[in-house]
Design a protein around this ligand. Sequence first.
Ligand SMILES: O=c1ccn([C@@H]2O[C@H](COP(=O)(O)OP(=O)(O)O[C@H]3O[C@H](CO)[C@@H](O)[C@H](O)[C@H]3O)[C@@H](O)[C@H]2O)c(=O)[nH]1
Ligand SMILES: [Mn+2]
Length: 575
Amino acid sequence: MASTISLPLYEKIPRKNALQRTSDIIIFFLLLSLLTYRLLHLKNHGTTWLLAFLCESWFTFTWVLVLNIKWNPVIFKTHPDHLLQAAWEPVELPSVDMFVTTADPLLEPPIITVNTVLSLLAVDYPAHKLACYVSDDGCSPLTYYSLVEASNFAQLWVPFCKKYDIQVRAPFRYFSNDHVITLSDGTKEFQHEWKRMKDEYEQLCHKINVAVQKSVPPCDFTGDFAEFYSVERKNHPTIIKVMWENKGLPDHGLPLLVYISREKRHKHPHHYKAGAMNALTRVSALMTNAPYMLNVDCDMFVNNPKVILHAMCVLLDSKSEAEIAFVQFPQVFYDGLKDDPYGNQMVVLFEYMGCGIAGLQGQFYGGTGCFHKRRIIYGLSPDSVVSVNGKLVEDIFSKIGNSKELTKSAIDALEGKTGTKPNHDLQSCIEAAYKVAGCGYECGTSWGTKLGWIYGSTTEDVQTGLRIHKRGWRSVNCRPNPPAFLGCAPSGGPAAMTQQKRWATGLLEILLSKDCPIFAFLFAKLQWRQCLAYVWLLTWGLRPIFELCYAALPAYCIIADSYFLPKGQPFCLFT
Ligand SMILES: O=c1ccn([C@@H]2O[C@H](COP(=O)(O)OP(=O)(O)O[C@H]3O[C@H](CO)[C@@H](O)[C@H](O)[C@H]3O)[C@@H](O)[C@H]2O)c(=O)[nH]1
Ligand SMILES: [Mn+2]
């Protein structure tokens, strides 16, 4: 397919950084001279100097890791216009399964999830090539009710967005005060439809709010809601609902929309988000089996309707087949505190370090806003791409579990025969879908160990990405303008601390596991500089020990009437 395209679909542009490199090197030499000074004078001073020496050694070590990351920054520039100019019929674009995970209607209000889903349903891509799967780990009738109402609203909203080429397709953001629309510029028809859409959206919000306040949807748990009757959050059977079926209409109509609440039982570990992602992978394999999978957290809406086209520029490029495993869009947040005093918006990670890592083996997988290839999630390595030999297919039988339908769809995926089949009857695969979403399905299989999202760390995203890089794959960091996704970040306080504690723990878990990047470099195909970049990230939780200790030294020195910084003379380095 890609050979017919002459214009480049994407470019890798090195970022100039001579000044940055010079200043970084100067800092490095200053750190080295401080260490040398300490070493030369260590025996004349007590524990304070030893502590200072240890902390400064750590800072120097971290600086080396930072230097390694920032040395060759690159930017990937994608050209969706070239993709569309390639005289492709929309039907030739590959299908994409979009996954949204939500877990708790109290912490993640249904209206937020609904907005994320609406923004996904309205992206600029042939609707019959898309399927949106919402995983609800809260098994909440409120979430389901909100989605039912949203799918009704979507039938007005999606055509409206496409007709007027609306930029922001999450209605809460589009109708918010920050996002002023100059109605007078539009035609009479637009003004009329805009007002209607606003009224409809307000009604949707009202219905959802009333249900949330009463904690139950306005239904008597019969009919469509019967399966939610007396479910417990952590003890309930699987619920799968096909909420909207696309009848093969590319431009009009909505993508397939499916609600899934996988089975949960007290005795079975559910593996949090990684477990949910694996259940989504299996259910979608039976229903649509798209070769590409986009996953977003429920609080990350699509901010750039061309996002899938941007990702496809990389994924459909001829070079990508044998090299690139996933395309990660940076996390960008809206309505954060000015100047981000708590660092929750991770600007350093995504803005500065992100471009550096992109120049190595590729961006870390960040858990949301990422396009994966299904074949790679099933464990494919770059060297087995050319021909899927018998062994690989045999392997999948033992790994994937005892669903014949799933095995068949996985073989199709590995052999590149994916995508919705014409006249594929969804209802016929519902029974098999129930089976693979059951909590016992994974027993004795390789899900979470060799297949899918990896279990064992609370930051399953980094671990899953590391496993992929370890097999020799690269990844791409794509940053279109406007940003592809916008999300919520805790604004500070206990919520931010809980999140950071979870990340720090999860990252250390990976460092101390058999997925440690050093082993991955020695015994697998992780590149050396990428390995150092992972060490920088995974040791994040250790940094405060040295930082706190160093910050406490001045106070200690005042009390103990000693000192730990070179005294007086400015040029006393080796005196
Ligand atoms: O049992 C669970 C727990 C969480 N989630 C979903 O997982 C996502 C992320 O969880 P959240 O509690 O919001 O974690 P954050 O720390 O905000 O998320 C960041 O960190 C996670 C772990 O590294 C990544 O998975 C996320 O993509 C990334 O945005 C949300 O959509 C949740 O609904 C589930 O589906 N099931
Ligand atoms: Mn979150």
